[in-house]
Write a protein that binds this ligand. Structure first.
Ligand code: UDP
Length: 420
C-alpha cells in the first residue's frame, strides 16, 4: 500500500472548526485524507498532541488515521509558540515510525510550520514533498498590515517554496501571488480547488429552515467562520447598522467562536469582545446574534435559512464557507479578493464587492434583499456552480501527482547531513 505522511502540526483535523484556530485547513485535511483513504492509500496525519484524554491514534475511516505526537506541553498553545517545539515533533514522529516499522512514500504538509517539518524529513527519507500553505504570511500582511506576520514565517515559506517538489494552491490568484511575492516556479504549482461535501451541504426548504431557527419571515444574513480580524465581521456590523432602517427585522447570525456569554461575563476571544462592543456602540443588539461555533452537521440548516451568506474577508485563499453556502443554494456576497474570485461569479451565483467598505457591501446586499427574482436566479446557479468540487473529484485531482511522485520514491531514511 502507498503510505503518505500528512503533516499538520499546529491544529488537529479532529478539532471543532470555527473555534480558535481550527477552520478550513482542518476540514480540508480531514476530508481529503478520508477520501484518499477510501481510494486505497494509507494516510497517517501527524499533529501535535494537545489533550492527553485523546488517544494517540484515532482512526479516520478506511486506511486513514490521526496520530498525535508529543511536542511541547500537552495543551493548546498560541500558534506563534509552536515553532520552538518542531524539533521535538520530528523526534516523536521518527520514533513512532520506527516503533511501528512504517515507511512513507510521500510527505504532504499543511501550513508553513508543517512545511518546515516536512522539508527536513524530505532530506532524511528521500521522498517527495507536496506542500500546501492554506495562507501565506506575505499575503496576509498585504491584505491587512496589522496582521504583522513574522519574518521567520515568510523566510521559511520562501525556503519551502524553493525546495518542495509540488506546491498545491487552491486558486489561480494564489498561484500568481506565490510567483510574484515568493518567486515560485509556475510549473511547480498545481491549482486544485478545495472540496465541499455535496451530500451534507444541500438545499432545504428555506422557510422551513427559517422557522426551525425561529427567524420567521425576517431577512437573514449569515456569517460563518473563525472570529478573527482578517474575516472582516466588523464591516458586516456596520452594514447591518446602515440597512436596518430599510429592512424591518433584518437579522445577522454570526457563527463561529464562542456564543455570547451570559450577562456580566466577558467573552474570552479578544476579537469577539471588540465586535460585541461595536454592536453596543451601533445600537444593533436586536439585529445581531453571536451564535458560537456550530457543528458541521447542523450548518446546512443555517446556510438554508439565510437569504444571503456574506464573506467580507480582507483575504481568503479559497473560502470553504462560500463553497458550502453555494452548495446549499444560498447566494454569496463576498469581497473581491483571493480565491473568492474564482468561486463566486458576479451576478451568476453571487455578488462580488470590489471595495471593502460598508457602503459598497450595503448597496449590494440591499439590492439582493429587495430583488427576489435576482436572488432566485443566483440561488438556482449556486449549487450547480460547485458540482465539480465534490471531495471525490478533488481527491482524484490531488491524488494523481501524489501517485506519480510516490511511485518513484523510496523511503531510505538517509542520515541527515547538513542543515536544511
Ligand atoms: N465552520 C464550522 N462551524 C463554525 C464555523 C466554521 O464547521 O461554527 C467550518 C466551515 O463549515 C468551513 C470552515 O470552518 O468548513 C471554515 O473554512 P474557510 O475556508 O471558510 O475559512 P478558514 O478557516 O480556512 O479561514
Amino acid at each position: 500500500m502507498c503510505r503518505i505522511a500528512m503533516i499538520c502540526v499546529h491544529s488537529c483535523p479532529l478539532a471543532m472548526p470555527g473555534i480558535e484556530d481550527a477552520g478550513g485547513m482542518n476540514v480540508y485535511v480531514r476530508e481529503l485524507s478520508r477520501e484518499l483513504g477510501k481510494n486505497g492509500m494509507g494516510i497517517d496525519i501527524f499533529t501535535r498532541w494537545i489533550d492527553p484524554r485523546i488517544p494517540q491514534v484515532v482512526p479516520l475511516g478506511d486506511h486513514a488515521r490521526v496520530i498525535h505526537l508529543k511536542a511541547g506541553p500537552l495543551e493548546a498553545i498560541p500558534k506563534n509558540q509552536v515553532f520552538q517545539h518542531l524539533p521535538e515533533f520530528i523526534c516523536s514522529l521518527r520514533r513512532f515510525k520506527e516503533e511501528q516499522h512504517l515507511h512513507y512514500r510521500l510527505l504532504h504538509s499543511h501550513y508553513w510550520l508543517s512545511g518546515w517539518v516536512a522539508g527536513l524529513l524530505r532530506q532524511r527519507w528521500n521522498v517527495p514533498h507536496v506542500a500546501m500553505f492554506h495562507t501565506l504570511g506575505a499575503l496576509k500582511n498585504r491584505a491587512r498590515p496589522e496582521e504583522n506576520e513574522s519574518i521567520q514565517r515568510i523566510e521559511t515559506e520562501h525556503k519551502i517554496i524553493a525546495s518542495a517538489d509540488v506546491l498545491v494552491v487552491s486558486s489561480d490568484d494564489e498561484k500568481s501571488q506565490m510567483v510574484s511575492l515568493y518567486g515560485a516556479k509556475p510549473d511547480s504549482i498545481r491549482v486544485v480547488p478545495c472540496g465541499v461535501d455535496l451530500d451534507r451541504f444541500r438545499p432545504l426548504d428555506r422557510l422551513e429552515a427559517k422557522r426551525n431557527l425561529g427567524l420567521k419571515g425576517s431577512p437573514a444574513l449569515l456569517f460563518v467562520g473563525r472570529i478573527e480580524p482578517l474575516k472582516g465581521v466588523d464591516l458586516l456590523l456596520d452594514v447591518v447598522a446602515e440597512l436596518r432602517e430599510q429592512f424591518a427585522n433584518l437579522h445577522l447570525l454570526v457563527l463561529g467562536g464562542e456564543a455570547s456569554p451570559s450577562p456580566g461575563r466577558a467573552s474570552r476571544n479578544g476579537e469577539l469582545r471588540r465586535l460585541e462592543n461595536q454592536v453596543q456602540r451601533l445600537g444593533v443588539a436586536e439585529n445581531v446574534s453571536f451564535v458560537g461555533a456550530i457543528d458541521q452537521e447542523k450548518l446546512p440548516l443555517y446556510y438554508n435559512a439565510a437569504d444571503i451568506c456574506v464573506v467580507p474577508s480582507h483575504y481568503e485563499s479559497f473560502s470553504l464557507v462560500a463553497a458550502e453556502a453555494l452548495a446549499c443554494g444560498t447566494p454569496v456576497v463576498a469581497s473581491k479578493v483571493g480565491g473568492l474570485q474564482s468561486l463566486v461569479v458576479d451576478h451568476h451565483n453571487g455578488l462580488l464587492v470590489p471595495w471593502r467598505s460598508p457602503q459598497a457591501f450595503a448597496t449590494e446586499i440591499s439590492l439582493l434583499l429587495r430583488n427576489e427574482e435576482l436572488r432566485n436566479h443566483l440561488a438556482l446557479a449556486a449549487r450547480e456552480s460547485v458540482f465539480p468540487l465534490g471531495w471525490s473529484a478533488i481527491a482524484k485531482d490531488i491524488g494523481f501527482p501524489i501517485d506519480e511522485l510516490a511511485e518513484a520514491a523510496v523511503d531510505n531514511e538517509l542520515c541527515l547531513c547538513g542543515r536544511w
